[in-house]
Design a protein around this ligand. Sequence first.
Ligand code: NAP
Ligand code: G4F
Length: 331
Amino acid sequence: MSKTALITGITGQDGYHLAELLNSKGYDIHGVIRGQQNPKRIRVEREQPYVKLIEADLTDPSSLIRAITTTKPDEIYNLAAISHVGYSFKDPILTAEVTGKGVLNILEAIRLTGSEKSTRFYQASTSEMFGGLDYNRPGKGYDENALFHPRSPYGVAKLYGHWITKNYRESYGIHASCGILFNHEGPRRGLEFVTRKISNAVARIHLGKQNHIELGNLDPKRDWGYAGDYVEGMWRMLQQDKPGDYVLATGETHSIQDFLELAFKEIGIADWKPYVKQNPAFMRPAEVDILLGNPEKAEKVLGWKRKVDFSGLVKMMVQHDLELESEISLT
Ligand code: NAP
Ligand code: G4F
């Protein structure tokens, strides 16, 4: 019999890739959609008609209880969040409500519906919880045992979500796992994140639709992988006999300048500097300077490994945006 999955954050990047993966495995997929007129509903309905949408909001416990009672999921993937680190400084209270307390609302919904033994739970934890500082980073990169030191309201809220998930696992025996995922990107990434902002601007510059890009801090380094690879790791976590926490990362780190270099090369520009202006509006009150993950546990226990490398990722994103932006100019 096919399994049933309930995915929060279905309209986001990871929701898209995870739904695609679970559909290929024959799952019955329910996606949580929020708001009366969510403009992204139509995108999901058109592109992923196999997803059944159910109205709920992470800040509304009764809607989550309803979603679980109605769908009776074998697996819940909590991908919903205020996920933009810069935005979390502007709206820290909403971030705490959604990204932090929202996790508790789902776990309580699992408990109150008596689904502790029948439903497995995935929490989207993040490398932002490590904070990019040297003192807590082991030589091979942050692993599952590294100390946390979040540097943003988002990171702090995610740390609450991480620990409350572990607490419900230990207290109520829920099969609840946390994926501590390092940055993962792709053509489905929101335009507000730096990689997609760059790939899209590069395509538009090539097509003469804009002449420069404004960015904040160009020095930070990230462990960037491809989102399509990472959702496979999420699924594998919930297929284990025992729940646990796993880092998913590439084990490599690159600066934003490295990303710019490769992205502009795709359109034949060797020197990207004349096309980039720095704008303090995109700087953050506190920065995460460097993220590097150590995915050894996931590789060993889950048999997971990223397939797309850094240069493949940049190429994929720029080529996608070149196609997209060319189509837009024709219509
Ligand atoms: P994303 O594209 O920003 O998607 C976020 C999703 O959360 C959207 O579908 C959004 O729905 C939904 N959402 C926001 N507030 C909500 C609420 N109150 N109730 C219900 N849904 C709500 O994020 P992503 O990149 O796919 O990431 C998925 C998850 O992984 C997030 O939790 C993120 O924090 C975490 N994460 C991401 C990365 C990464 O590199 N991508 C790394 C580590 C962890 P609307 O359409 O209604 O806005
Ligand atoms: O693309 P970003 O906004 O991603 P960030 O902050 O690393 O967060 C992403 O990855 C986390 C995992 O580590 C997730 F948990 C989180 O949900 C999200 O998906 O910024 C990357 C870097 C930062 O150092 C930022 O300061 O790029 C720098 N940056 C420079 N100029 C910029 C810009 N970031 C954005 N978004 N926009 C700019 O113009």
